[in-house]
Design a protein. Structure first.
Length: 382
């Protein structure tokens, strides 16, 4: 029997959620009701997705006895209030990021969710992407040595974000670190672990009272340094996102904020090369249902009888240098919807008791939010 979902906030992202359920609900999910404070928007949305129930107030939707899961797709400043309303009505919650604008609010959500015996997850879609799984497996296994540095560059679009948009209002969005950066703090927390120290700077747009560029650095266990740059300055067709990971014996780069390509340049042995082509590739292919991952391998150099190298005071051997390209055959929007659907289905399975808890919990949301808030706290304002 499917879980019935009530969706609050019918903007652009709500369309992604509804389409993801329509394409990939797999009998676990059904969109039962929608809610928006703009009646015409709610009417159009319900007609577009064939939803029978339309509410004008969130408190009406959460009181619907048929609803199992409340999905919240509003601006961030409403996340806490609406989540609390849903939990107090006995509903499980699917939350758009960040989930709350303060640590106290997030901790209160965790407390109430647990007290009421409910389940909740947050829409960290990067966790579902098979290319980031490859990076995690490389880091966990240490097949190419320790992670030295990772560098994230996000040249995002702002062509739909007028200066009056809620995105620029700290009271409504929390700022770039909180509204947007949490996605990437979460993926690094998952891959590398929680940071030991952070530094940051925020840059205002000349002539405007808004921050449109931020840069920060995190120090992690083992000496790994991860740096982040977010700039909301580009037209949408010209936006660009990359995430580079430098290991002792490999360079890896993920392309796209919804990644569809990963390139790895590595010094390999028969053992670690075989692991990458074998177990790592097979797990990546099976990670996101309905999404196809392909691996292409190119020999850059081959070393006869193995060759010894020295770096960072360590000596290691390699049989060759190879280039591995993992690519996803579907476009980024199909990948995005597949990731959203998997998060919703994972929550539905937890609600039905088919698993103990969600893969991504409010504790993960709290950890990502804490990093974002610390970045904002220590940032040098320029």
């Amino acid at each position: 029997m499917e879980c019935k979902v009530g969706l609050i906030g019918l903007g652009w992202f709500a369309g992604i959620i509804a389409q993801a359920m329509k394409e990939r609900g797999d009998g676990l999910l059904g969109l039962w009701a929608v809610c928006d404070i703009e009646p015409e928007k709610a009417k159009r949305f319900s007609e577009r997705f064939g939803v029978g129930k339309v509410y004008g107030k969130p408190e009406e939707l959460v009181r619907d006895p048929e609803i199992d899961i409340v999905a919240i797709a509003t601006p961030p400043y409403l996340h806490f209030e609406l989540s609390m309303m849903a939990f107090q009505a006995g509903k499980n919650v699917f939350l758009e990021k960040p989930g709350a604008l303060s640590q106290d609010e997030m901790e209160e959500l965790i407390k109430v969710c647990r007290q009421n015996g409910l389940k909740a997850t947050i829409d960290y879609v990067m966790r579902r992407n098979p290319l980031y799984l490859v990076i995690k497996m490389i880091n966990d296994s240490k097949i190419f040595g320790m992670l030295e540095r990772a560098g994230f560059e996000n040249y995002a679009h702002d062509d739909h974000l007028l200066p009056s948009h809620w995105f620029w209002d700290y009271e409504k969005s929390g700022g770039i670190w909180v509204e947007h950066g949490v996605h990437f703090f979460d993926i690094v927390n998952w891959i590398v672990g929680y940071p030991k120290k952070v530094m940051a700077m925020n840059v205002k747009r000349e002539g405007f009272d808004l921050v449109d560029r931020v840069m920060g650095f995190c120090l992690h266990d083992g000496g790994a340094v991860v740096d982040y740059y977010h700039g909301f300055t580009k037209p949408e067709p010209f936006e660009k996102t990359t995430f580079s990971f430098t290991f002792e014996r490999a360079y890896a780069k993920v392309y796209g904020w919804i990644p569809v390509r990963l390139e790895i340049d590595a010094l390999v042995t028969e053992k670690n090369g075989g692991l990458l082509r074998g177990e790592v590739t097979e797990k990546a292919k099976a990670f996101l249902p309905g999404i196809n991952v392909k691996l292409d391998v190119e020999k850059v150099e081959e070393y006869e009888n193995e060759k010894f190298f020295t770096g960072r005071g360590k000596t290691f051997k390699a049989t060759g240098r190879y280039r591995y390209v993992f690519s996803i055959e579907q476009d980024r929007w199909e990948v995005y919807r597949a990731c959203v659907a998997e998060g919703l289905k994972d929550l539905a399975m937890a609600v039905k008791g088919q698993k103990t808890d969600c893969d991504v919990t409010l504790y993960d949301a709290l950890d990502a939010l804490k990093v974002a808030l610390e970045m904002e706290k220590v940032a040098v304002k320029l």
